[in-house]
Ligand binder design. Structure first.
Ligand code: ZN
Ligand code: MN
Length: 170
């Protein structure tokens, strides 16, 4: 893998606007959210600029990348250790500020010195509960016709075992 030397992080007005958006932000925005907002003041700014800035900030340890949402990466300017809770329906992410004092028993640690953890909780937020909970969909196997209810598309049919044949119904 090619390892690029980190060149100086120049604070262009566009980058400053991205930093200002992130400063104190506890909403865990995705790159798309930041792009949508900052573009209002910088209509010529590209999505690549936002993404590259986020990557640079991440490498510099100024923001944390969250992979709790399988669809999009989210970013957190709060680099202090804390955990996260995601709503599986609307993908809203909130902070969980509590030290759970969990550890890996020595026998499972494989010689590692454990220095931290990040717990990802998931559930349904109050707003989505009011709306009736998580969106469920029915998926039908094109191969054998078996159906399965769920939140996301199954990779395999649980009946016939075929891959990539589950299609959303209706
Ligand atoms: Zn929600
Ligand atoms: Mn957070």
């Amino acid at each position: 893998m090619e390892r690029r030397k980190e060149t100086g992080f120049k604070l262009t007005p566009q980058r400053l606007a991205i930093l200002a958006y992130l400063d104190g932000n506890t909403n865990h925005p995705a790159a798309e959210d930041i792009y949508r907002d900052v573009r209002k003041s910088f209509p010529t700014m590209s999505f690549a600029t936002v993404y590259n800035t986020l990557e640079a900030l991440k490498r510099r340890g100024e923001i944390i990348e969250l992979t709790i949402d399988p669809e999009r990466k989210h970013y957190d300017p709060n680099t202090d250790p804390h955990h996260h809770l995601i709503c599986l329906s609307c993908k809203r992410i909130v902070d969980v500020h509590k030290d759970f004092k969990i550890n890996i028993p020595r026998a499972q640690r494989q010689g590692f010195r454990v220095t931290g953890n990040h717990i990802e909780f998931y559930g349904v937020c109050p707003d989505c509960m009011k709306k009736g909970g998580v969106d469920m969909a029915v998926f039908k196997c094109e191969e054998c016709g078996a159906t399965k209810e769920g939140r996301c598309k199954p990779k395999k049919c649980s009946k016939c075992g075929a891959s990539g044949t589950m299609k959303k119904e209706g």
